[in-house]
Design a protein around this ligand. Structure first.
Ligand SMILES: Nc1ncnc2c1ncn2[C@@H]1O[C@H](COP(=O)(O)OP(=O)(O)O)[C@@H](O)[C@H]1O
Ligand SMILES: [Mg+2]
Length: 245
C-alpha cells in the first residue's frame, strides 16, 4: 500500500438532539484524488463537512489529516493546517470587492498586504475572475460568486479543498466552466472532496463516490459502479440519472 491517506474519517458521529445527522461514517481520501459525497437532502453531507472542518464537534469518531488527528481542533487551526472549504449557502463578504474577498483568504498565510494582494491576484487569474477584480462582490452572478468562493478558499493555499454544492444553480455553460476550473485545481496539486447533486459533474470529476443516506454511508466506489447500484438508485438517484453508454 501507498502512504497514509490525506484525509481519514473514522466512525464519525454527530447528533442534534435525538437526530443522528452523521452515524458512524468512515472513508478516506488519497492525495490528489477527487472524492464526491452524494445523497438526498438531509442525508448529513453538510454536517460531515462541518465536522471535518471544525465548525461542528462530532460526538464520536476521529478525523485525521496527513496522519495527524485534527478532531477537536478549532476551524481556523484546521484551515491553517491545509483544509479549506466553501459553504452550501454562498458566503462572500458583501461590502468588499472581489479582490478584497480573496485577500481575506490570503491573509491566512501572509500578514503583508502587498503579498496578500499578489497572491489574491494570482488566484483570480487562475479562476478566470481577474477582470472582475475591482467589482463589488455583490455584483457578481451566482456563478461568479461560486467562483469567488472557490478563489477565497484557494487563497488559503489548501492541500485539501472541500466544496459544498458549488455547481448548484449553474447553467450548462457555467457548469462546463466550473468543472474545468476544478480540474485545474486538481492539476495544481490540491485534493478535492465535493458534495454535489449535479450528477454530470460527479461522473466527470470523481475518482470515487461516497453515498450517504440518513446519516450513514451506504455505498462507496467508482462513479460508474455507484450509479448503477440498486441501493443508490433507491435511496437517491431514482429516475434523476441514467448512466449513459
Ligand atoms: N445545526 C443544526 N441543528 C440541528 N439540526 C441540524 C443542524 N444542521 C443540520 N441538522 C439536521 O441534520 C440533518 C442533516 O443535515 P445536513 O447535513 O444539512 O444534510 P445535507 O447537507 O445532506 O442536505 C438534517 O436533518 C438537518 O435538519
Ligand atoms: Mg447540505
Amino acid at each position: 500500500m501507498s502512504a497514509a491517506p490525506l484525509l481519514e474519517v473514522r466512525g464519525l458521529t454527530k447528533r442534534f438532539g435525538g437526530l443522528l445527522a452523521n452515524d458512524d461514517v468512515s472513508f478516506t481520501v488519497g492525495q490528489g484524488e477527487i472524492v464526491s459525497v452524494i445523497g438526498p437532502n438531509g442525508a448529513g453531507k453538510s454536517t460531515l463537512f462541518n465536522c471535518v472542518t471544525g465548525f461542528y464537534r462530532p460526538n464520536a469518531g476521529q478525523v485525521l489529516f496527513g496522519g495527524r488527528e485534527i478532531t477537536r481542533l478549532a476551524a481556523d487551526r484546521i484551515c491553517k493546517l491545509g483544509i479549506a472549504r466553501t459553504f452550501q449557502i454562498v458566503q462572500v463578504i458583501t461590502d468588499m470587492t472581489v479582490l478584497e474577498n480573496v485577500m481575506t483568504g490570503a491573509f491566512l498565510r501572509s500578514a503583508r498586504r502587498s503579498a496578500a494582494r499578489e497572491k489574491a491576484e494570482e488566484i483570480l487569474r487562475f479562476a478566470g475572475l481577474h477582470e472582475k477584480l475591482d467589482a463589488a462582490a455583490t455584483s457578481l452572478t451566482i456563478e461568479g460568486k461560486k467562483r469567488l468562493e472557490v478563489s477565497m478558499a484557494l487563497a488559503t493555499r489548501p492541500k485539501l479543498l472541500m466544496l459544498d454544492e458549488s455547481m448548484a444553480g449553474l447553467n450548462p455553460v457555467e457548469l462546463r466552466q466550473m468543472i474545468a476550473l476544478l480540474r485545474r485545481v486538481r492539476e495544481s496539486g490540491v485534493t478535492l472532496v465535493i458534495v454535489e447533486h449535479v450528477m454530470e459533474a460527479v461522473m466527470e470529476l470523481s475518482d470515487r463516490v461516497v453515498v450517504i443516506n440518513s446519516g450513514r454511508k451506504i455505498v462507496e466506489g467508482p462513479p460508474k459502479e455507484v450509479v448503477v447500484n440498486p441501493q443508490v438508485i433507491q435511496a437517491y438517484l431514482g429516475d434523476r440519472y441514467r448512466a449513459r453508454g
